[in-house]
Design a protein around this ligand. Structure first.
Ligand code: GDP
Length: 445
């Protein structure tokens, strides 16, 4: 399904490439595909509508001469808008409070609150050298209290006991008092969840919030929840001033559209992502990577960005104009071309970004060797005099030997490079005019 979308988009990109502007006419089809991708990734419908409207506004009338084609420019805009929407805000835990800094964990039952509480404890101990206490306010499920006790020990933090006959606020206050007296830096408060939102649950967590005045109120949400995540998020946001989101179970195969929905509905930053059941499965949320996942395009988006920004279109246009006016294509231009390929970030780094299917195809080439070859060619041209570069026809046997020695290669290699240069020169002659641009676009497609 994911690759089908990439195919569709690249076909559309092909159809409208070569147009210099994003217009009402060419953007509609592209946006329809993006909309489908977002819905397939389980982003909630109102959120999709909003997002598409924003992208359209940003894209329309944009001059895209600086990039390769309207299609790629649009993909870029979508990608940037997605990343910036999901990526805004500070991602580490805020501990700027009179210690102990209290962190309140909110969310439905099964979202991963207890696991995430222990993951956070481990993170704060190992990465930020904090002394951490945990407590469970889940008086309805003794098993939940036991579970927190167990994972807290695994995380290397201390656990504050609680029991079903106590009130959650009383438990939390007792834990806070203990944390103060024993100089804990952080108190993590796990709370009761229900399978669905209910009023009593909301009242309880509101009371906890009022009593504890936490520096962080984190909404823990299961990425696999899809469309439902929006309603849950809305209910928690209405009850509590959320300061952050933790998206769990991103190791599953959902496309994680809940991230965009929840971010949009709550306005709170997505701070972490849960990536396994184990306690080290907590990662700082990477909005850019997640944008690619939502669109089902892997890192192809990053590739488009890189190609778009790496190719110096102004230089390409100058070269095209030069060839067109009969200025000829000399070794300096050949060198500029080679350097442009290097600017694109190095071939092997581009390869890393290709989706697996494409990479396998291209993988039959030895990219390390291709890159070395580029370097050697560059070395050969650098060993030439300015006159030789402008008038390659001067390069005969003696000069070839000198150049080869200077570049540390065999004469045959100089010959081979000159031959390649001649072929390219031929091609340039044939496609005077728009040809250069066409070629650059082909490189980006
Ligand atoms: P709570 O009811 O909100 O406290 O949820 P739990 O912490 O008990 O988690 C519910 C289930 O989800 C457990 O089986 C956890 O092991 C699992 N879980 C939590 N976070 C993740 C995660 O990031 N990835 C995976 N694969 N499983 C998770």
């Amino acid at each position: 399904m994911a690759s089908a979308l990439s195919d569709k988009l690249s076909r559309l990109v092909k159809e409208i490439r070569g147009q210099a502007r994003i217009t009402e006419a060419n953007v509609t089809d592209m946006l329809r595909e993006v909309r489908m991708a977002l819905l397939e990734a389980d982003v909630a419908l109102p959120v999709v509508r909003d997002f598409i409207a924003r992208v359209k506004e940003k894209a329309l009338g944009q001059d895209v001469l600086g990039s390769l084609s309207p299609g790629q420019a649009l993909v870029s805009i979508v990608n940037r808008e997605l990343s910036s929407t999901m990526g805004e805000g500070v991602s580490d835990i805020n501990l700027a409070a009179q210690p102990p800094a209290v962190i309140l964990m909110a969310g439905l039952q099964g979202a991963g609150k207890t696991t995430t509480t222990a993951k956070l404890a481990k993170h704060l101990i190992e990465k930020r050298k904090k002394k951490v206490l945990t407590v469970s306010g889940d008086v309805y499920r003794p098993a939940a209290i036991e579970q927190l006790k167990m994972v807290t020990a695994q995380a290397g933090a201390e656990w504050f006991p609680s029991s079903p006959d106590q009130k959650p606020v009383a438990i939390a206050l007792a834990a806070l008092d203990y944390a103060r007296k024993h100089f804990f830096d952080v108190l993590l408060v796990d709370t009761a969840g229900r399978l669905a939102i209910d009023e009593a649950l909301m009242q309880e967590i509101k009371a906890l919030h009022a009593a504890l005045n936490p520096v962080e109120t984190l909404f823990v949400v299961d990425a696999m929840q899809g469309q439902d995540a929006v309603n849950t998020a809305k209910a928690f946001k209405d009850a509590l001033p959320l300061t952050g989101i933790i998206l769990t179970k991103l190791d599953g195969d959902s496309r994680g559209g809940a991230a965009l929905s929840v971010r949009q509905v709550t306005g709170a930053p997505i701070k972490f992502a849960g990536t396994s059941e184990k306690l080290d499965g907590l990662e700082v949320f990477d909005a850019e990577r997640h944008a690619g996942r939502i669109l089902g395009m892997g890192d192809i988006l990053a590739l488009v960005e890189q190609v778009t920004s790496g190719v110096d279109m102004a230089a390409a246009q100058k070269l095209a104009a030069k060839v067109k006016s009969g200025g000829g294509f000399d070794l300096n231009d050949f060198l500029a071309q080679i350097q442009q390929m290097k600017q694109m970030g190095g071939l092997s780094s581009l390869m890393d970004k290709l989706p697996a299917s494409m990479a396998a195809k291209a993988g039959q080439m030895d990219m390390g060797r291709v890159e070395k070859d580029i370097q050697r060619k560059q070395g050969i041209i650098h060993s030439m005099t300015p006159l030789e570069r402008r008038k390659p026809e001067l390069i005969k046997a003696t000069r070839k030997r000198r150049i080869a020695a200077g570049a540390g290669v065999q004469v045959q290699e100089v010959n081979r490079m000159l031959k390649e240069f001649e072929q390219m020169q031929d091609m340039m002659k044939k496609m005077k005019g728009g040809g250069m641009m066409k070629m650059m676009k082909r490189m980006g497609g």
